[in-house]
Design a binder for this molecule. Structure first.
Ligand SMILES: [Zn+2]
Ligand SMILES: [Zn+2]
Length: 250
């Protein structure tokens, strides 16, 4: 058996993160084929010895953020849990990388964010399994997907509806108004935000949460406001045009 690549702290926390959403060592090793299976298993076993999946820093190790900066980030996240990483990074003068920020946010007291599936993982791991509308989604530009803790498991990640839901979240945008289900928490959500691809041919614009729960596209009203908005825009254009025609005639 060949020796795998050394497991860096970044990879270690990534392994823990994937394990926390139900992925086993074998599944993780399929995604990170550069690592040895035994190394991944060892990392998972040792997970409990670490705090938040991070080996405790050696004393005297330089801190990258001051206490004030950490407090600032904490305050910003508390004020707006959906605050964009870019704003947080800007607030601390881009003193740390996006990855370091994610780790910081996952620390105790700041764990307001769920686990993340990264776009390259979505593309590499799920890409080979998509058919039909999934292929169309895959070709679109995508972003990382935030998950609600514990919703995606080793047993459901292979489901077609889950894969399509992840792709919708990755490629999607917020609807004009979140869908009725997401707004009223009709069922346990898989993703913290309501996102959809506002195109009638992309599973009729259903949102990722409704897709993941197996609802029929017509039962998700994420698109309805979009159509209403389109109609009102058409109406506005017609009104303006008729006003212009009237003034031409006079
Ligand atoms: Zn929704
Ligand atoms: Zn919906």
């Amino acid at each position: 058996m060949t020796r795998g690549k050394e497991i860096t702290p970044q990879l270690r926390s990534r392994i823990c993160e994937l394990h926390s959403i139900g992925w086993g060592a074998r599944k993780i090793s399929r995604l990170h084929s550069e690592l040895s299976l035994s190394g991944i298993k060892y990392t998972i076993r040792k997970e409990k010895d670490r705090v938040n999946c991070v080996t405790q820093p050696r004393p005297g190790r330089p801190k990258k953020l001051s206490e004030d900066q950490r407090a600032l980030i904490r305050a910003m996240v508390e004020a707006d849990p959906a605050v964009k990483s870019a704003y947080l990074l800007e607030a601390v003068g881009n003193a740390i990388t996006k990855r370091s920020l994610q780790r910081l946010l996952n620390e105790k007291g700041m764990g307001l964010r769920g686990p993340i599936l990264y776009e390259n993982e979505i593309r590499n791991y799920l890409g080979a399994r998509v058919r039909g509308v999934g292929e169309r989604l895959l070709r679109m530009e995508g972003a990382d997907v935030e998950l609600c803790s514990g919703r995606i498991t080793a047993s459901n990640i292979g489901d077609r509806s889950i894969i399509e839901a992840i792709l919708i979240q990755s490629r999607g945008v917020p609807p004009v108004w979140p869908c009725d289900c997401c707004r009223n928490n009709h069922f346990p959500r898989m993703f913290p935000t309501c996102l959809h691809v506002p195109h009638p041919l992309i599973v009729q614009g259903i949102c990722g949460n409704c897709k993941a729960s197996g609802r029929a596209s017509k039962n998700c009203d994420a698109m309805s406001y979009f159509f209403e908005m389109e109609e009102s825009q058409v109406h506005l254009v017609q009104t303006l045009k008729s006003l212009a025609d009237d003034s031409d005639a006079s």
